[in-house]
Design a protein around this ligand. Structure first.
Ligand SMILES: Cc1cc2nc3c(=O)[nH]c(=O)nc-3n(C[C@H](O)[C@H](O)[C@H](O)COP(=O)(O)OP(=O)(O)OC[C@H]3O[C@@H](n4cnc5c(N)ncnc54)[C@H](O)[C@@H]3O)c2cc1C
Length: 479
């Protein structure tokens, strides 16, 4: 059996950030996920906002880690070559009752220690953001709020962790955990591993993982959020525009993305199924109606796709980051609902501290390198850089995804970094994320993955778990 000092269960942004943070110490760490890639849970489909921190209840762990995480994003994104745009966020009010909510958020933000906040008049807000509806009466501007790319952040943390010695154990759902004198025996897919400590970062399923060691101190319930994504040619807001929050969440927002698209979302609907990420007509209708309230110019003829993510709502009403009551050698980073993307770097630091307090002796690894680079983007190169890249590697001359100008060289690099599915390549390169949504490039991307990995075409999947792309070979041998 392989032995680890720490097994991190869950390779979403929480687990991947923790794995990265631990990789600076001399110890053996495993990053385990049941899915075939990192960033397959909530970290794949969310609003991508780096929240300022005025929304969380004062005194909560969420509030503390949101504000800390927001500040840490500058360094983490610089080291990991992840996009971060401090666009600023606006919470807009459209009547006197909502204006009261905006003032309450401002007060809350002060209590949470959020810097750079200001209440703007409707006129001032519209001068900053011309897409804002004319009947806006006032807005809360938070200068530290911004946008990032959630799956890129997750992939970057996991890649950097691996570069510093962390083992990725993907496609290995943890089905049992047994406490022993030395730690735990963790059944991860087909293999048992030994771990002195376990970090439970299993998102929506973190209550199931806790129960594996007899800890039923909390439950986690899914809350769906649906989205509509607009093409890059559509008029996009400069700021993230929120409406005033309700009991269920932060309200429908209209936002630019770091790639030049825009989106509206998310809805907030409680459900029981932890796997259902379907999009409903009802949800789409609600998004269209609500988005028009903040930004009447949003043009829904430019929608290129819809998607949904599931928030992990904890029964405790706050992030659960503490040693398990059943066995203190398991540290929970559980029920990380929104703003978990923003908080991830701060969650990682807190879990590191809890592991130290649990008796792990940590020695710094002098070889630790905090840096990681994104795959070089052909479309962002100057003409001279393009010519040099093609001279060095002719695969840069073959554009596979025409909507996003993604070359074969970038796809080969994505595969060499661990992508094994169509979506894995898409998230690492943007091949298939343009207006045609992969209609043209998917078969060619599949051929490249198959050629590079030796996986037969008929075994390739869109995102793992039986999502096969072709049915079978025809008599002529084509697939
Ligand atoms: C609609 C929506 C909008 C949001 N917007 C924002 C936002 O704008 N800003 C923000 O800061 N936050 C936002 N969030 C919250 C943020 O997305 C989450 O807090 C964050 O992604 C949680 O990351 P995680 O790693 O804890 O969970 P996940 O990303 O869900 O990862 C958990 C992982 O655990 C794995 N796993 C589960 N069980 C097992 C098992 N038994 N064995 C092995 N692996 C297992 C899963 O496969 C999964 O990959 C939003 C969330 C949603 C859903």
């Amino acid at each position: 059996m392989r032995e680890y000092d720490v097994a991190v269960i869950g390779a979403g942004v929480t687990g991947s950030a923790i794995a990265r943070q631990l990789s600076r110490w001399k110890m053996k760490v495993a990053l385990i996920d049941g899915a075939e890639d990192v960033a397959m849970g909530a970290s794949r489909a969310n609003s991508a906002i780096v929240h300022a921190g005025y929304d969380c209840p004062p005194g909560s762990l969420e509030a503390e880690l949101n504000v800390k995480g927001n500040a840490l994003y500058t360094r983490w994104c610089a080291e990991l070559d992840v996009p971060l745009q401090r666009t600023g966020t606006l919470v807009a009010a459209f009547d006197e009752e909502e204006a009261e909510n905006v003032r309450a958020l401002y007060e809350r933000g002060l209590k949470n220690g959020v810097p750079e906040m200001k209440i703007l008049s409707g006129e001032e807000a519209r001068a900053l953001e011309p897409m804002l509806a004319e009947n806006c009466v006032c807005a809360l501007l938070a200068g530290t709020g911004g946008i990032t790319c959630p799956y890129e952040m997750t992939i970057a943390c996991a890649e950097n962790a691996r570069k510093n010695g962390v083992d990725w154990l993907l496609g290995r759902k943890v089905s049992a955990i047994r406490g022993t004198e030395a730690g735990f025996v963790v059944t991860a897919g087909y293999e048992d591993i030994i771990a002195r400590r376990v970090v439970n970062a299993a998102g929506l399923f973190s209550d199931d993982v806790a129960r594996m060691i007899g800890d039923d101190s909390f439950t986690v319930r899914p809350r769906k959020g649906e989205y509509l994504l607009m093409d890059r040619s559509a008029k996009a807001p400069k700021y993230v525009i929120f409406q005033t929050p309700s009991r269920l969440g932060k309200g429908i927002l209209v936002s630019p993305t770091v790639d030049g698209n825009s989106f509206v979302g998310p809805t907030a609907v409680d459900q029981t199924d932890k796997t259902d990420t379907s999009v409903s007509q009802e949800g789409i209708d609600q998004l269209r109606r609500m988005a028009k309230k903040s930004a009447p110019e949003m043009d829904f003829r430019n929608v290129i796709t819809s998607f949904a993510g599931l928030r992990a709502q904890p029964s405790t009403g706050d992030f659960i980051i503490r040693p398990s009551e059943a066995d203190g050698r398991m540290i929970h980073a559980a029920g990380i609902c929104s703003p978990g993307l923003t908080s991830a770097p701060a969650v990682a630091e807190l879990v590191e501290k809890l592991l130290m307090e649990s008796g792990l002796t940590l020695t710094e690894d002098p070889a630790y390198d905090p840096h990681r680079s994104h795959i070089r983007r052909f479309r962002d190169m100057t003409r001279e850089q393009k010519e040099a890249a093609i001279a060095e590697n002719p695969l840069y001359a073959r554009v596979i995804c025409r909507c996003e100008t993604i070359t074969e060289a970038e796809i080969v690099e994505a595969v060499s970094r661990g992508a094994r599915t169509l979506d894995g390549v898409k998230r690492r390169t943007r091949a298939g994320m343009g207006r045609c949504q992969g209609g043209f490039c998917s078969p060619r991307v599949m051929e490249i993955i198959s050629r590079e990995t030796g996986i037969p075409m008929e075994k390739l999947t869109k995102f793992g778990a039986g999502s096969y792309l072709v049915a079978e070979k025809t008599r002529s041998g084509e697939v």
